[in-house]
Design a protein around this ligand. Structure first.
Ligand SMILES: Cc1cc2nc3c(=O)[nH]c(=O)nc-3n(C[C@H](O)[C@H](O)[C@H](O)COP(=O)(O)OP(=O)(O)OC[C@H]3O[C@@H](n4cnc5c(N)ncnc54)[C@H](O)[C@@H]3O)c2cc1C
Length: 312
């Protein structure tokens, strides 16, 4: 209940342009500013520096140029160009060739066909340079459209892309089966959005039970799944199931978000598990940041402390 309330509250705040303007001015202004806990910087250069430090800790990474829900095709074209430039910058830096992007950033909301064209351009460059492209999953109005877009690029022969599925959402078990049949790589998450009760589990216990069921399905029937969670119970269930089934540690990977549970990230890597960190950066960090606060209201105290100590 508290989970659902806190998600709704932060979801509502995330829509406030006034708050966004205010936060954007101060949240990343200094090296110690509050948003830097979850965002690796506003530029690709800053993110690449953070990425190098992550790789030096023996972890893998995926870079995400933040942006979503854009409203014109010109902005979607610009976002596509930014991703193409990012591919070049990652190559030059010699870091992990793995990126994540949001379909509404590439125009899914405005014209799905243009979105497919945009993602195809990115996948072409990614194929040339041996990158993997993860297509993030947004809220329920976009699930079918995102999977349709994915089906379209898959049918064109692109195999260097994968999707994200959310255990909170009722339809996900069917989608996980379909993706496994296809041979597509899935990142399993709980789901970051406030969803209606008609479409998604509301109680944490139900989201968690679904997560475990789908994790088992993906580990046995899927292709190199990514189990993306900071929840020690989900991680323990995954380790135990994989060990019991004799599934080797390199047949799947764990993923966590930049700045969250660094201790657990290091511990899993030290135990020999593959651990990838999702590294978000860019000027459009506010909605992403608000979702992180909604997941854990205790983070608000951390932000307030940061703002107060940053004032001087
Ligand atoms: C690599 C990666 C990619 C993702 N991509 C997507 C996506 O495409 N679409 C989507 O809907 N969601 C995505 N998510 C977010 C996901 O859906 C969850 O909202 C988020 O991971 C929190 O859920 P949890 O599994 O960690 O479990 P929870 O039950 O929420 O949390 C378990 C524990 O993790 C820690 N924790 C969790 N969140 C935070 C936080 N914000 N700050 C501090 N500690 C925290 C706390 O210790 C908490 O007790 C992604 C998550 C990861 C790790």
């Amino acid at each position: 209940m508290l989970d659902a309330l806190s998600k709704s509250f932060f979801h509502a705040l995330a829509g406030s342009k006034r708050l966004e303007g205010m936060a954007s001015r101060i949240g990343m202004a200094r090296p110690t500013s509050f948003a830097r806990r979850f965002i690796a910087g506003e530029t690709a250069e800053e993110a690449i520096e953070a990425a190098k430090a992550i790789q030096a800790r023996g972890l893998m990474l995926t870079l995400d140029q933040l942006g979503e829900s854009i409203t014109t095709l010109a902005v979607a074209a610009a976002a596509t160009g930014i991703y193409l430039a990012l591919i070049e910058k990652i190559r030059a830096a010699g870091i992990d060739r793995n990126i994540s992007l949001k379909p509404t950033q590439l125009g899914l909301d405005i014209d799905p066909a243009v979105c497919v064209d945009n993602i195809t351009k990115i996948l072409d460059a990614a194929t040339r340079h041996d990158f993997f492209v993860r297509i993030d999953m947004e809220n329920t109005p976009y699930i079918q459209k995102t999977l349709d877009m994915f089906a379209s690029v898959w049918s064109q022969g692109y195999r260097n892309a994968g999707v994200v599925l959310q255990s909170a959402v009722f339809r996900t078990e069917d989608d996980a089966r379909a993706m496994s049949k296809l041979g597509a790589r899935v990142r399993l998450v709980k789901g970051a959005y406030k969803e209606p009760a008609a479409l998604a589990h509301q109680a944490k216990a139900d989201v968690d039970q679904a997560f475990v069921r789908i994790m088992k399905l993906l580990l046995t029937e899927g292709t190199y799944p990514a189990i993306a969670t900071h929840d020690p119970a989900m991680i323990a269930a995954t380790k135990a199931f994989a060990a019991g089934q004799g599934i080797p540690k390199d047949a799947y990977e764990f993923q966590m978000l930049y700045g969250i549970r660094r201790d657990l990230q290091a511990q899993l890597a030290a135990e020999g598990y593959r651990m990838r960190i999702y590294v978000p950066f860019g000027k459009q960090w506010f909605p992403y940041f608000m979702r992180r606060l909604g997941e854990r209201p205790a983070n608000v105290g951390f932000v307030l402390k940061g703002i107060l100590s940053d004032r001087g």
